[in-house]
Design a protein around this ligand. Structure first.
Ligand code: HEM
Length: 410
């Protein structure tokens, strides 16, 4: 059935990117899909005009549309650029893989993906299983844990550190800086460039260390280049390691935390997964569809005036392609607000779509497939500590991560 695009002057049930939205954006997404699917609004940071796209077909089509770019510096309006909203502005990350178009993007991506060989990815399974088991033992010794800090956070940090070939001690500093990159509070925007610079300094240290003592890790592989002899420059390797840290640093923690909460909320689905380990890959896709760690992808800038669905987005304006809203679109998914690990044809957009789709999806999938079922198998009688209604999400305009989740695992 063809859906209509109507212009509306009404407002969504709560302010976009406001405190209520941060805790539960889904009612706002439902309203937008229905009443204003390509929605003009003022972004709270800098009060700049933006557009939010929420229907599945539109998000998918526009993410693959070359009239949009992530290169904020080149295509963004003055008002957008004055706010420093392009990820990495003022640091080496402003030429990083997430914010460059083809053909520069094509080359960076080809060389980087050369390091994600099937052999290397296969070794990650053992690494992750070992780290998950050690972390479960540590949790069992504690009795009461915060799922985010004591389980999801430890696994995500330790795995990323091992894969990049770095010492875990440096990792806390990275996570702290990552949590400052996409603030919901406009007053905190001034600190963002400093956080991106710190992530690049951290990546530069890792690269310098690996140059002196190479290992069988991703950073060394990125320094070596492809088998065909293609290499990244020194700055590009640093930006790539920083992009991987940015993409993978806090997302897995967020993802594991939300997946575990979803199964605490849905004991029937939890029982299905525990009883049938072969469900794990489908379960991971459903967790990412149901409540993904990124609600939106990077800002897309209109390179020219773009008319879509009867709405014209002026050149230079920033567009938020909201994959979390698309993933709950009833026109694409049956009963979309229901967690259904047996869902078929689950072609969600939680890993993005188009040239910038997630480079770390293979790693994220493995971590989810191993860490989520293992948690419930080890702790079948876990009990939530405190009130479910008190579980809060952090204040961020892009990252959806539970602040803390206390459970008794005795
Ligand atoms: C459940 C966990 C994860 C989710 C849901 C996720 C989601 C995404 C999404 C939606 C994008 C597209 C951004 C855009 O189009 O602007 C993306 C890109 C990216 N992700 Fe992930 N990600 C996850 C984990 C990871 C991990 C573990 C890594 C690193 C090992 C990683 C590295 C990247 C990189 C480097 C990009 C940029 C790719 C490019 O621009 O070509 N991600 N991710």
């Amino acid at each position: 059935m063809e859906r209509k695009y109507a212009m509306t002057t009404l407002s969504p049930p709560s302010a976009l990117f406001g405190p209520e939205y941060t805790q539960n954006p889904y009612p706002v997404y439902a309203w937008l899909r229905e009443h204003s699917p390509i929605h003009e609004f003022r972004f709270p940071i800098g009060d700049v005009r933006m557009w939010m796209v929420t229907r599945y077909d539109d998000v998918r089509a526009l993410l693959g549309d070359t009239r949009f770019s992530t290169e904020g510096r080149k295509w963004g309006s003055e008002a957008f650029n004055a706010l420093g909203l392009t990820a990495g502005t003022g640091s080496l990350l402003e030429d990083g893989i997430s914010v460059v178009d083809a053909p520069a993007h094509t080359r960076l991506r080809r060389v980087a993906m050369g390091a994600f060989t099937p052999r290397r990815i296969a070794t990650w399974r053992d690494t992750i299983s070992r780290i998950v088991n050690e972390t479960l033992d540590a949790c069992a010794r504690k009795g009461e844990i915060d799922v985010l800090d004591d389980y999801a956070g430890v696994i995500s940090s330790t795995v990323l550190a091992e894969i990049l070939g770095i010492r875990i001690e440096r990792h806390a500093e990275l996570v702290e800086n990552l949590s400052r990159c996409f603030p919901a509070d406009p007053a905190l925007q001034a600190e963002v460039p400093q956080a991106f610079s710190a992530i690049c300094d951290y990546a530069a240290d890792i690269v310098a260390e690996k140059r002196l003592s190479p290992g069988d890790d991703l950073t060394t592989a990125l320094l070596d280049g492809t088998e065909g002899g293609e290499r990244l420059t020194d700055d590009e390797v640093v930006a790539m390691v920083a992009s991987i840290a940015l993409g993978g640093g806090d997302t897995i923690r967020a993802f594991l935390g939300s997946a575990i909460l979803a199964l605490i909320d849905h004991p029937g689905q939890r029982d299905l997964l525990v009883a049938d380990p072969s469900l794990a890959p489908a379960a991971v896709e459903e967790f990412v569809r149901y409540d993904a760690p990124f609600t939106t992808v990077m800002f897309r800038l209109a390179k020219e005036d773009v008319t879509h669905g009867g709405v014209t987005i002026p050149a230079g304006d920033a567009v938020i392609m909201c994959q979390a809203a698309a993933n709950r679109d009833p026109a694409r998914f049956t009963d979309p607000d229901r967690l259904d690990l047996l869902r078929e044809n689950n072609r969600h957009l939680g890993w993005g779509h188009g040239i910038h789709n997630c480079m770390g999806a293979a790693l994220a999938r493995l971590e989810g497939e191993i860490a989520v079922p293992a948690f419930f198998r080890r702790f079948p009688d876990l009990r939530l500590v405190g009130d479910r209604a008190d579980v809060r999400f952090i204040e961020s305009f892009a990252l959806r991560r539970i602040d803390s989740l206390h459970v008794e695992v005795l």
